[in-house]
Design a binder for this molecule. Structure first.
Ligand code: GUN
Length: 285
């Protein structure tokens, strides 16, 4: 068997199209969703991500502001900018690209963003809401995975779902979203005993490890759905995921890297920004 490749690029284009249509309607009512993106320092990967976020804003008809701050920016200066953006009526969503330089506390940055403008859903208020199951913003990477599952009519209900990785950005919220959809969820990590055996139980296996080729065919049940959230570079410098290509012959569905979960992440950021603009003006649908 060769797995169906789940096309995140195509789904992303479709969702961005519907976001643009909704934005046009909002604009007719005098509302323009606005996203502020902050980047501190010159991390090359972060610069690419931020550029793609600006491009996505244009595609969705949003207003955007970009703040590229030097490496030596102090925490006080950064928190000052965030306080200003919290008050700005043009700005619906605020995103500070992580990682920030070591002398700035990541948690202080997350805590400073108004939870109503926290389109990353990193603020403890939003994290708590996700846990409870009553939330406006969904963390972008897990949200993109859920949209892909829905598009391919894969229902987690009653299924064994195994998530490898327990990060605050991906692993933990991913597990919660699968649980809300009635999956039986196991979270694995570097201290998990018999990892391969646990993974082989999975009907839906999500790899969010950050190691090229980490998931090998012996860890995958025949016919499983395999979601690869990893973005790594292999020895030849080529972008690749956490899942070995040979898994394609065992899985029923699989997300390619690039072109699977990745493109959906930024699209979900746009969806959260649109939602923020609406919620801030009391529009519920
Ligand atoms: N760095 C890597 N992924 C992300 C993300 O989803 N949001 C932010 N703010 N920074 C990141």
């Amino acid at each position: 068997m060769s797995a169906v490749k789940m096309d995140g690029k195509a789904l992303s284009a479709k969702v961005r199209g519907s976001i643009l249509a909704e934005t046009e309607k909002l604009k007719a009512q005098g509302i323009t969703p606005g996203l502020a993106v902050i980047i501190v320092g010159n991390d090359p990967a972060s610069e690419i991500y931020v550029r793609n976020k600006e491009k996505a804003c244009v595609e969705c008809g949003f207003y955007s502001e970009k703040y590229a701050l030097p490496e030596e920016t102090t925490e006080e200066q950064l928190l000052g900018l965030i306080a200003q953006l919290n008050e700005s009526p043009q700005i619906s969503g605020i995103l500070c690209q992580m990682p920030v330089p070591k002398h700035i506390s990541e948690q202080a940055v997350i805590d400073a963003i108004d939870p109503r403008k926290d389109v990353d859903a990193f603020h403890p208020v939003n994290v708590g809401k996700i846990m409870v199951g009553n939330f406006d913003f969904v963390p972008c990477t897990p949200a993109g995975v859920m949209e892909l599952l829905e598009e391919y009519k894969i229902d987690p209900k009653g299924k064994e779902c195994v998530v490898i990785g327990r990060s605050n950005i991906v692993g933990k919220p991913m597990s919660m979203l699968l649980l809300h959809k009635h999956g039986t969820v196991t979270i694995c990590h570097s201290r998990t005993k018999d990892l391969a055996e646990v993974c082989r139980r999975a009907d839906i296996l999500v790899a969010a490890v950050g190691k090229a080729g980490f998931v090998t065919p012996d860890m995958v049940k025949e016919g499983a759905v395999v979601i690869d959230v990893g973005i790594n570079r292999n020895a030849e410098g080529k972008v690749c995921g956490d899942v070995d290509a040979a898994v394609l012959d065992k899985a029923s569905f699989m997300t390619p890297v690039p072109g699977g979960a990745g493109p959906m992440t930024i699209t979900m950021l746009m969806k959260n920004t649109l939602k923020a603009a609406k919620v801030q003006r009391g529009i519920s649908e």
